[in-house]
Design a binder for this molecule. Structure first.
Ligand SMILES: NC(=O)c1ccc[n+]([C@@H]2O[C@H](COP(=O)([O-])OP(=O)(O)OC[C@H]3O[C@@H](n4cnc5c(N)ncnc54)[C@H](O)[C@@H]3O)[C@@H](O)[C@H]2O)c1
Length: 247
């Protein structure tokens, strides 16, 4: 029970890594609020783990404000833990061919959301003098693959935001870390690969020394450590969970 008594919000918790994080956190004793655009998916995970669900668009200021209000009135107050996990990508394309709509969406969901959730939750964490924020970035932000350029750049931004937030918020008792997953077995994987064929899988796997894709449990275990009191001296870290891909 490494998160016993903690309140955690997990964005994008209805699917993939976020669902794995919500399940792990609940198993470790946390009370979990799953915040996702997909309300029925969020409710399904929440009912499985005895948590809460709230329909949220992390790219929209009023929606994030509504999430904060729900947390305050229904969930129990300011969360101890915030996991910024919701994310999207454009399909693999030459960088000059990504549409402006797709570019704006990637930046809104992967980048602006971190700002919006900070505005919603950091003041309460500061007032309490504690908090742990975990941003789910990507190896894409460290070692970019071609044809995913604007997605890669959004995750590079997230890693720098993690460090900037960590250094500014440390005196307030708030730790901010990131996890950089390598390609993982989630519904999003097909979008990174373009097409899910044995040939494309072999190509991706050939760049991962440990020889497998990441699983939601791999990312959840790292996020659990970073958000737990065991990591009380750890802040500003962007931890690769990548089977050696970034070596
Ligand atoms: N799967 C991978 O290969 C991989 C690798 C590295 C990093 N990541 C990152 O991990 C995170 C989770 O990815 P995943 O693979 O689990 O994806 P996923 O598609 O399985 O899940 C993403 C979840 O986010 C939700 N979501 C999307 N836009 C949202 C919005 N605007 N507001 C609220 N919720 C929204 C979706 O409804 C979905 O439930 C993302 O940030 C992604 O960039 C994924």
């Amino acid at each position: 029970m490494r998160l016993d008594g903690k309140m955690a919000i997990v964005t994008g918790g209805a699917s993939g890594f976020g669902a794995g994080i919500a399940e792990k956190f609940a198993a470790e004793g946390a009370r979990v609020l799953v915040a996702d655009l997909n309300l029925s998916g969020a409710q399904e995970i929440a009912s499985r783990i005895g948590g809460f669900a709230f329909e949220t668009n992390v790219a929209d200021r009023s929606s994030v404000a509504a999430l904060a209000a729900f947390a305050e009135t229904e969930f129990g107050g300011v969360p101890d833990i915030l996991v910024n996990n919701a994310g999207v990508t454009h399909l693999p394309t030459s960088l000059e061919d990504v549409s402006e709509d797709d570019f704006d969406k990637v930046l809104a969901v992967n980048v602006k959301s971190v700002y919006l959730t900070a505005r919603a939750f950091v003041p309460g964490m500061k007032a309490r003098g504690s908090g742990a924020i975990c941003n789910i970035a990507s190896t894409a932000g460290v070692s970019p693959r071609p044809r995913l350029s604007w997605y890669n750049a959004s995750k590079g931004w997230m890693i720098t935001a993690t460090k900037a937030m960590a250094v500014e918020l440390a005196p307030s008792g708030i730790r901010v870390n990131a996890v950089n997953p390598v390609a993982g077995e989630t519904p999003l994987l097909k979008s990174f690969m373009g097409e899910d064929t044995p040939e494309v899988r072999v190509k991706f796997l050939s760049t991962i020394p440990i020889g497998r894709f990441s699983q939601p449990s791999d990312i959840a275990n790292a996020a659990c450590y970073l958000c737990s009191d065991e990591a009380s001296m750890v802040t500003g870290v962007a931890m690769e969970v990548d089977g050696g891909r970034c070596i």
